[in-house]
Write a protein that binds this ligand. Structure first.
Ligand code: FMN
Length: 209
């Protein structure tokens, strides 16, 4: 009888390290290219001293060959100063349908007013540029409920030329992957593994789930 459920015995990534790594990068690629992907909006965590925080971001690039992930942010956000103090950043993804969690440790660089941020800015649509046009920094206090935008910007009444002002506040996090932890939940038995991109001798390790 036909079934839509994943058959555990059939998934090639159950016990095969190469298949697991392929599956991970295929999921990340899909997250960038499909709004429907469950991995499109991971949580990104960073911190300095005792001040750690996480937030949802949109994954904008996943490059297996280059070994990095990217997302966009407002350069005035407090996470910029944090990353400049401590470059470590962690992404957590969970694909509920496939029952796969990815925890990705990275070292991040901020790209501001350079070639990388300019390339990404050119791909940022007119309506999305609004996010970078607020008068004050993300997280700054307002004396009443509001968007932080002028009424004109709120109503998308800005020209393509005016949208360019957003580039002043736009930056790209490029996060170089150090390790990926894989967790696959299965009734047959969970599987957990670590891929270490900084240890070529012991790149792949099975872990107790
Ligand atoms: C679905 C969703 C997607 C988001 N995407 C981003 C993003 O790509 N980059 C970003 O900086 N913030 C994004 N945010 C907002 C952050 O979660 C966070 O509220 C904001 O960045 C301010 O937090 P911070 O400056 O303290 O990091 C997103 C929020 C949601 C709910």
């Amino acid at each position: 009888m036909a079934t839509n459920k994943i058959k555990i015995n059939d998934v090639e990534f159950y016990e095969d390290p190469i298949a697991i790594e392929n599956k991970i990068w295929q999921m990340l690629d899909e997250a960038v290219n499909s709004r429907a992907s469950e991995c499109r909006t991971p949580v990104f965590i960073c911190g300095h001293n005792n001040q750690f925080d996480g937030r949802t971001v949109v994954l904008r690039a996943a490059n297996q060959q280059g070994g990095f992930l990217q997302f966009h942010a407002d350069y005035r956000s407090s996470k910029i100063a944090i990353i400049q103090e401590n470059e470590q950043g962690v992404f957590v993804f969970y694909d509920r349908r496939q029952k796969i969690q990815l925890r990705i440790k990275t070292k991040c660089q901020i790209n501001y007013k350079n070639k990388i941020s300019h390339e990404s800015w050119l791909k940022t649509q007119h309506i999305s540029r609004k996010a970078y046009l607020t008068l004050s920094s993300p997280g700054s206090v307002l004396d009443k409920p509001g968007t932080g935008l002028t009424e004109k910007h709120e109503n998308f009444l800005y020209s393509a030329e005016e949208s360019e002002l957003g580039f002043e506040n736009f930056c790209v996090f490029r996060c170089n992957v150090q390790t990926i932890e894989w967790l696959f939940l299965s009734a047959k038995g969970h599987r957990r593994a670590k891929i270490d991109y900084e240890d070529t001798q012991n790149k792949f390790t099975w872990l107790t789930p």
